[in-house]
Design a protein around this ligand. Structure first.
Ligand SMILES: Cc1cc2nc3c(=O)[nH]c(=O)nc-3n(C[C@H](O)[C@H](O)[C@H](O)COP(=O)(O)O)c2cc1C
Length: 181
């Protein structure tokens, strides 16, 4: 039986100066059957090799998009990747079934606390509401979207809490966990 393979697309514009994304990436890089793909390192000029990315996607069963929340959305580096890789005939439209039945896991960190992502909070909308465009993207591409893993209050999160979050992430990607779904 072929193992369940997981592709982690790390999308941070400045990983050297990241705390959360850097630690989460380090936590999962040696998990079995996991490929870590750092977009900003692969494409410093943002000219994405769509054919290479599409091959990577075809070769994995779970696709993880790991990113900091930027302006209520994905960082530019990930938007660029989406625009260039999720093309007609590959990800959607006639013959565009390459992603059908794969699993999508979002792993997000936000600066705002959880309480700010409520109707009365200063971000006004819930994460579930703000994630609707990504949910629609998953739906169009035939991806099965898992419950996103979100870390709030990123700049203020204590070291031990970040360690626990990283351990949860690692468990989520462990072969036994992904194969059992
Ligand atoms: C350009 C930019 C836009 C941001 N937009 C938001 C936002 O809309 N909502 C929010 O909660 N945090 C926002 N943040 C905070 C980041 O989400 C937070 O600093 C990040 O998740 C921390 O992860 P890191 O240590 O890997 O950079 C923004 C940060 C930057 C640099």
């Amino acid at each position: 039986m072929t193992p369940h393979r997981t592709l982690v697309v790390v999308a941070h514009p400045d990983l050297e100066n990241s705390r959360i994304t850097a630690q989460l990436t380090a936590a999962i890089k040696d998990v079995e059957h996991v490929t870590v793909h750092n977009l900003a390192a692969a494409y410093p000029d943002r000219r994405v090799d769509a054919a290479r990315e599409q091959e990577l996607l075809r070769g994995h069963d779970t696709i993880v998009l790991q990113f900091p929340w930027h302006w209520y959305s994905v960082p530019g580096v990930l938007k660029e990747w989406m625009d260039q890789v999720l093309t007609y005939g590959f990800a959607y439209g006639s013959g565009g079934d390459a992603l059908h039945g794969k699993r999508l896991q979002l792993v997000i960190s936000t600066g705002g606390p959880e309480s700010s992502y409520t109707p009365a909070g200063h971000n006004r909308f819930t994460m579930a509401e703000l994630l609707r465009p990504l949910e629609a993207t998953a739906h169009l591409c035939g991806l099965d979207m898992a419950q996103p893993l979100v870390l709030h209050s990123a700049p203020r999160v204590a070291a031990d809490e970040l360690d626990r979050h990283a351990a949860r992430y690692r468990e989520l990607l462990a072969p036994a966990a992904v194969a059992g779904r």
